[in-house]
Design a protein around this ligand. Structure first.
Ligand code: SF4
Length: 96
């Protein structure tokens, strides 16, 4: 049976130099990486992309040691992205 799942919203992203950031993340969905919870969708570009509205969701998260992660999917209600170890990291990450 196919089940529709709601993906967590990217509630806030402060990485203004990303090509998807126009007053928030306008990518359709982002992927969080496994090293430092880095946003794999971040693109250092002056070309502005995205869907035109800041409604991004977390499509996938490779950070399996996060308490919000089950089966490589994020189950946090929403996440915040900003500078930490990388230019753009998931700041909602919490170790299990
Ligand atoms: S809160 Fe955890 S599971 Fe969700 S995107 Fe961030 S690192 Fe991944």
């Amino acid at each position: 049976m196919t089940q529709m799942l709601e993906m967590p919203r990217v509630q806030k992203c402060s990485v203004s130099e990303c090509g998807y950031n126009h007053d928030g993340c306008t990518a359709f969905a982002i992927t969080i990486g496994s090293m430092n919870s880095e946003c794999d969708t971040y693109v250092d570009s002056s070309d502005k992309g995205g869907i035109g509205r800041a409604l991004a969701q977390v499509g996938a998260c490779k950070r399996s040691d996060c308490m919000h992660n089950t089966d490589l999917e994020c189950h946090a209600p929403a996440i915040v992205v900003g500078a930490s170890r990388d230019k753009a990291d998931c700041l909602t990450y919490e170790p299990k």
